[in-house]
Design a protein around this ligand. Structure first.
Ligand SMILES: [Zn+2]
Length: 229
């Protein structure tokens, strides 16, 4: 077996310096902090996931407004099914109830294909709210947009009313560079809530609604069924 006569580690062991991976000292507190705080590359996918009333949309709006201050070119989209508050704006639950002005302009589209067709060549950021109501094609669309150098920010419910993964959010979370899980407050016990409890009966998986139809619950207070009030 002549081909195995050369030891596998020959190259590395011939250069002892190559095995010294310790980074040089950093006057500002080390390389770890630097690595964590480094911004994402321009083309990327960020997912903001959580239950109802967890502040997903507020966080999406916050990131978009920061980008507006930075004079970036942004387009925001929402699924046409979600017309609770406004057909042409993204409005959070709290903005709808308190009128606090936390809204951004958005285009309501029926399909992921329609969304992709509307993204302009010069757009730098694409924000997508209520992504769980889009078809599965939204995953490939988000990937293609990110591959083009666009920062894609996606917000949506990670679980349905039975506590099951709410597709296509799991796929979006898998391919994202960054995932932020936001939590609500459990209506029953006050703990951090990760689930959306449905309070009215029989509307299928997609029941668009606000506080009259759902409340936030923690894992132990969540009852994976409809509760008639
Ligand atoms: Zn609870």
């Amino acid at each position: 077996m002549p081909q195995s006569s050369a030891p596998a580690g020959a190259v590395a062991s011939s250069n002892p310096a190559a095995s010294q991976v310790e980074p040089p000292p950093d006057a500002e507190g080390g390389r770890t902090a630097e690595r964590v705080s480094r911004p994402l590359p321009s083309g990327s996918i960020e997912v903001i996931a959580g239950s109802m009333f967890s502040g997903k949309t507020e966080e999406l709006i916050r990131r978009v407004k920061r980008a507006v201050f930075a004079r970036q070119r942004i387009q925001a989209f929402k699924p046409r099914i979600d017309d609770r508050y406004d057909k042409t704006r993204i409005v959070s639950h709290s903005a709808a109830t308190e009128g606090n002005g936390k809204t951004i302009e958005a285009v309501a589209v029926a399909t992921s294909e329609s969304l992709e067709q509307r993204v302009d060549d010069e757009t730098q950021i694409v924000a997508i709210d209520e992504a769980q109501f889009f078809d599965r094609g939204i995953v490939d669309v988000a990937q293609r947009l990110a591959d083009r150098g666009i920062r894609v920010i996606v917000a949506g419910l990670d679980q349905d009313y039975l506590g099951r993964p709410f597709y296509p959010m799991p796929e979006l979370m898998a391919v994202a560079e960054q995932v932020t899980k936001v939590r609500a407050v459990c209506t029953v016990c006050g703990a951090e809530a990760s689930r959306s409890q449905r309070l009215i009966s029989d509307a299928g998986t997609v029941l668009v609604g606000g506080s009259e139809s759902y409340e936030a619950r923690c894992r132990s207070c969540f009852e994976p069924r409809e509760i008639v009030r």
